[in-house]
Design a protein around this ligand. Structure first.
Ligand code: FE2
Ligand code: FE2
Length: 276
């Protein structure tokens, strides 16, 4: 029997960058969970450990703060100490990484009778060599549906906006949500089309006044002197916390909005998705 009021509220945080990102998430997560009645918090953790990768220590820090599942991207494997934990923890890497490699590309979160499949997918343009994301995701979604999973969420970790829009066209009406990550800059195109919530990029949580969460000196030298120095997290910065929240009923998103907070200030609704 399908419960007509069956309902899941998800909060998805985009790329958390370094310690400022972890701190701003820790500060706001408790309030987010209690005030907004969130069932699951999912966060992209590919940059959580000093901008590159995710150590098991930092993953545990996020789980203790209230994150239920960590997704990844092109930096998933940057910190090698995470590799043996990928099979035991709710941490996923892109599903179009080779089947033979470490970890898994999707995970099922459960609350009472409700199940949510979370899939991590990586784009093609300017990304490491991986399987075709589009053909791969079609087969994964088909398999999950055959297994009776109706609530499906995809973190699409990609550089190119057109690839992200293409995924929406491919899966419109078939999945509950497609949220973009990787560019670290949030976009204002939140829509719900035939029950599929879509945003090109959620944007980072961390330093908002540097260059996509990093200190500006090294990128400026790269750009003006062709001098490659390693990227660093700013010692001091203006922090932003941002997350999209969406409500799923029977496999479709019915409502979605974005929450932001600057440093330790209060959370506020910055946008609502347009229903198309
Ligand atoms: Fe990232
Ligand atoms: Fe990335």
């Amino acid at each position: 029997v399908i419960n007509p009021s069956a309902h899941l509220r998800i909060a998805f945080i985009g790329d958390i960058v370094g310690k400022p990102g972890r701190n701003v998430v820790k500060h706001h997560l408790h309030k987010l969970r209690s005030e907004y009645n969130v069932d699951f918090v999912i966060a992209n953790g590919e940059n959580i450990s000093h901008g590159f990768g995710c150590t098991i220590k930092n993953a545990n820090e996020m789980f203790e703060a209230g994150v239920d599942l960590i997704t990844g991207g092109n930096h998933s494997f940057d910190k090698k100490d995470i590799l043996p934990f990928l099979d035991k923890y709710p941490i996923i890497r892109p599903v179009n990484f080779p089947d033979e490699t470490y970890g898994k590309g999707w995970y099922i979160l459960e609350k009472e009778d409700e199940k949510l499949a979370v899939i991590n997918l990586m784009g093609f343009f300017s990304m490491p060599l991986c399987d075709n994301p589009f053909t791969k995701i079609l087969s994964v979604v088909k398999k999950l549906k055959e297994d009776g999973i109706k609530n499906i969420f995809i973190d699409f970790h990609a550089e190119a906006t057109a690839e992200k829009r293409t995924l929406l066209s491919l899966l419109r009406g078939q999945v509950a949500a497609i949220c973009g990550t990787h560019t670290h800059i949030g976009t204002d195109d939140m829509v719900i089309e035939d029950g599929t919530f879509y945003v090109t990029d959620v944007g980072l949580s961390g330093c908002m006044d540097g260059i996509i969460g990093m200190e500006e000196k090294a990128p400026i030298k790269r750009s003006t002197l062709c001098l490659h120095e390693s990227l660093d997290i700013p010692k001091k910065c203006k922090k932003i916390f941002q997350t999209v929240v969406f409500d799923i009923e029977n496999g479709k998103t019915t409502k979605s909005f974005k929450l932001k907070a600057l440093d330790e200030q209060a959370l506020f609704v910055s946008q609502e998705a347009i229903l198309l």
